[in-house]
Design a protein around this ligand. Structure first.
Ligand code: HEC
Ligand code: HEC
Length: 117
């Protein structure tokens, strides 16, 4: 009994040690700083698949040059994205590497009451 308990406790230690080696990255990040202007354009918040992007690219390709690594710390708007900043940086959503910017619904939640365009 004592042995089983000890093995369990040791097991927990080993698991948490392995987990600690992985960089901690948020899975999905809701970006809604600009919700007011998004509503006017009939789009919702951006649900950003962070973990997936971190699988495709090195952390250093985005942080800190393209995005400050703090939720809500980046002052992003569509003009900047079209001007090749943030998500529109060269090789990203302004290029053939990723889906184009006119696919609003690929990044923005589309409110149910918005008629499909
Ligand atoms: C393709 C670009 C991209 C890549 C690659 C990327 N990130 Fe991020 N990261 C972002 C964006 C965008 C945000 C959200 C910033 C905001 O909310 O303004 C973010 C937010 C964060 C945050 C703050 C949220 C949190 O989880 O606490 C951390 C920390 C972070 N990233 C770490 C990492 C690490 C570590 C890696 C590599 C394993 C990585 N990022 C890879 C774009 C990226
Ligand atoms: C590649 C992802 C992506 C695509 C595609 C995209 N957006 Fe955005 N959009 C963002 C991000 C990221 C923000 C900033 C979110 C924040 O920080 O609040 C944003 C912000 C906005 C804003 C508020 C700021 C501003 O520029 O006024 C509006 C409005 C907006 N988007 C409309 C649209 C419309 C309409 C489309 C389609 C024609 C579109 N977006 C396509 C990622 C995208």
């Amino acid at each position: 009994m004592m042995r089983a308990l000890l093995a369990m406790v040791l097991g927990l230690f080993v698991c948490s040690a392995i987990a600690a080696e992985e960089p901690q990255v948020a899975i999905d990040i809701t970006m809604d700083n600009k919700l007011e202007s998004m509503k006017k354009a009939s789009v919702g918040a951006v649900l950003y698949p962070h973990k997936l992007h971190a699988v495709w690219y090195e952390c250093s390709e985005c942080h800190p040059k393209v995005f400050t690594e703090k939720i809500g710390a980046n002052d992003i708007n569509m003009n900047k994205i079209i001007s090749e900043e943030f998500c529109g940086s060269s090789g990203c959503h302004n290029s053939a590497n990723a889906f184009p910017l006119y696919l609003c619904e690929n990044c923005h939640e589309m409110p149910k009451d918005v008629v499909k365009r």
